[in-house]
Design a protein around this ligand. Structure first.
Ligand SMILES: Nc1ncnc2c1ncn2[C@@H]1O[C@H](COP(=O)(O)OP(=O)(O)OP(=O)(O)O)[C@@H](O)[C@H]1O
Ligand SMILES: C[C@@](O)(CCO)CC(=O)[O-]
Ligand SMILES: [Mg+2]
Length: 327
């Protein structure tokens, strides 16, 4: 019998990148989910079928004996796409003490890939949960979050925060500062997302910020300033002060741009959203291309984004109360 789990993507109200260096961040889960179906197979092989919005659906099959993917798409693309899934499956085997378990894995996701909405975290969280349950082990969402964090850290060359994975596992708005992870009471904020249709590699962007931080004191200061801004933002969130949240999002976008992780398309979408009346707008996630998030109370920003050439798709994103769940 196959086992299926799903987990949500996220937008960052604020704090991405700085959270990697121990500053606080507040990501919010959104109602776009990745669904992973897992069925144990008795030959020890791993077969992955991934249907995705920006990669054509593909299937990869390989076993411990050869390790060679058998597919028709370029190897680099497959390797990039498979890293997170492979490591998620390995984590579930470890949780169940079944190092040789083989699986058929099928992934369906309505989270654009590599676009700042946490597709990697959602796939890993749902994958660890489903594969562990398929092997008879129920993991608490906090445990799934911690295992998924270890996976993201390994795949992103040793650099990741717990923010994306904790948010995806727990749902709702969360606050992450180092290993201190909490869920927050938050109103359903009027998020609108603008997506430029491109993708990024989170590991590369994180490495770029690290290099800048090592070279320039101003980059260290910028990371600390993002932390200060997040602490101010927490007060505004508690008070439901959308105007103040928006102002702080605008500043956060400027600080992220100073760290080199914005892009022309992201800046254009941010300005379109502001011109359309958003309370504030910023890139979300790793940056470099992908998505922006704005606070839009009256649909003006969504309309402005949909009329902006840099924006391929604009959509509302409701807060997802539920994190990882069995389907
Ligand atoms: N539907 C999917 N099927 C298979 N793998 C996926 C899928 N969605 C995401 N992934 C994995 O996640 C990777 C993208 O992760 P990455 O961290 O670069 O971007 P993101 O998580 O979407 O954005 P961010 O980390 O900025 O929020 C893909 O290369 C792939 O390995
Ligand atoms: C850029 C980053 O802060 C968020 C990516 O969604 C990386 C991380 O926290 O692991
Ligand atoms: Mg990611």
């Amino acid at each position: 019998m196959p086992t299926t789990s799903s987990a949500p993507g996220k937008v960052y109200l604020f704090g991405e990148h700085a959270v990697v260096y121990g500053e606080p961040a507040v990501p919010c889960a959104i109602e776009r989910r990745a669904t992973v179906r897992v069925e144990e197979r008795d030959d020890g092989r791993l077969r992955v079928s991934a249907a995705d919005l920006s990669l054509d659906g593909f299937t990869v099959e390989y076993g411990a004996d050869d390790g060679v993917p058998n597919v028709d798409v370029p190897t680099a693309l497959v390797e990039a796409a498979m890293g997170y899934v492979d490591a998620a499956v390995a984590s579930a085997r470890d949780a169940a003490d079944r190092p040789d378990a083989g699986f058929d894995v099928t992934i369906e996701s309505d989270i654009p890939l590599g676009a700042g909405l946490g597709s990697s975290a959602a796939v890993v969280v749902a994958g660890v949960d489903a594969a562990a349950r398929e092997l008879g082990v129920e993991l608490a969402p906090e445990t799934v979050a911690e295992r998924a964090y270890e996976v993201e850290k390994a795949v992103q060359s040793g650099e990741a925060s717990r923010a994306d994975t904790f948010c995806s596992a727990m749902g709702g708005a969360v606050r992450v500062e180092g290993s201190d992870c909490r869920t927050l009471d938050a109103p359903d904020l009027p998020f609108v997302v603008g997506y430029d249709g491109t993708s990024h590699d989170t590991g590369d962007l994180v490495a770029g910020v690290r290099a800048l931080r090592e070279q320039y004191d101003f980059a260290r200061d910028t990371v600390e300033s993002i932390g200060d801004l997040v602490r101010r933002g927490e007060d505004a969130l508690r008070e439901g002060d959308v105007e103040e949240l928006g102002r702080l999002m605008d500043v956060d976008h400027g600080l992220l741009a100073a760290l080199g992780v914005s892009a022309r398309s992201l800046d254009e979408m941010v300005w379109a959203a502001r011109d359309g009346g958003a309370a504030g707008a910023k890139l979300t996630g790793a940056g470099g291309g992908g998505c922006i998030v704005a606070l839009d109370r009256d649909d003006g920003a969504e309309t402005a984004l949909s009329l902006t050439p840099a924006c391929e798709e604009a959509f509302r994103a409701r807060l997802a109360d539920e994190g990882v769940r069995a389907e």
